[in-house]
Write a protein that binds this ligand. Sequence first.
Ligand code: C5P
Length: 332
Amino acid sequence: MTGSPFGPASHPETPDPVTARAYGKINAFLAVGPLQDDGYHDLVTVFQSLDLAETVTLVPAEDFSVTLSGRYADTTVPLDSSNLGLAAVLALAEATGTTIPVEVAIEKNVPVAGGMGGGSADAAAALVAYAHLIGCTDRDLIAEVARGLGADVPFALRGGTALGTGRGDELSPVLGRGEFHWVLATSTGRLSTPEVYRRLDELRAAGSSTTGADAGPGAGAAEADPADPAAVLRALGTADPEALAGALHNDMTDAAIDLLPDIAHVMDTGMRAGALRALVSGSGPTVGFLARDHTHALEIAVLLEASRGVRQVVRTTGPAGGAHLVPPPAAA
Ligand code: C5P
């Protein structure tokens, strides 16, 4: 309940805080096409949401603001309207013409700027929470606002497993079965997504980017056809981690390693620790290591903890769900 000097929190003009949650993601397949006139690249990607949650609470206030808490609350996350959580609230307020100022309190448990979709999850959770707060039930409008916020926001809203085309924001559902175990190694360095796309274009122009180089040093799995996500989709549908390991693919790997060579070292370390496969997550620099099961993931995590260039090691599973309201504990 909100405390107000002028009356109880249940006063109709002072809505209660609303909390929503959304999840980070990994791109099990990411094929990048040429740069389009709009500054974006055409993608073919397979998303799977991971059980790493961003929790966003909107607290009605005098003015709009953002606060951070959680494992990955760090100083590089903006606290102005470029924060995707706040940007989402402002965009929905504008689209609906309904403005209730709120403090956007974000609990970050997805690594920041790691290619894990944490900012997009903030936007998705904030959209769901603000829609509830202002009584907006227009799903099409919310989806349109999500697309305007970033290419990965529509997937964060939907969650689960999906095929993305266009900018990555035209989604088709994918049947996923079972649970996959990942160990994520966040890097001591940082990468900017537009910069990694730019470097990929440069490497391709210079003829020095191979596709299908995502396995990294030491990976023994067979390469997938870079343009064809079929093998990844099959593996996700059969809950077979060995098959998924052979099909994982990321066109951005070379560019990410070129900008941050420590990534190759981290990939090598995880493979020597016994991972089925190493995969740069989105534009990096976080590296995902696929494990056979929970115990295997624990073994890989322990060996990665001590590795040079690794900032943090996180175990997680996929798929997780889409953005959803979190009822207060006492709510029926
Ligand atoms: O949409 P979002 O803000 O997440 O994208 C960040 C940047 O990543 C874009 O401005 C663009 O430079 C690059 N990008 C791209 N092609 C995509 C998605 C993102 O070039 N499909």
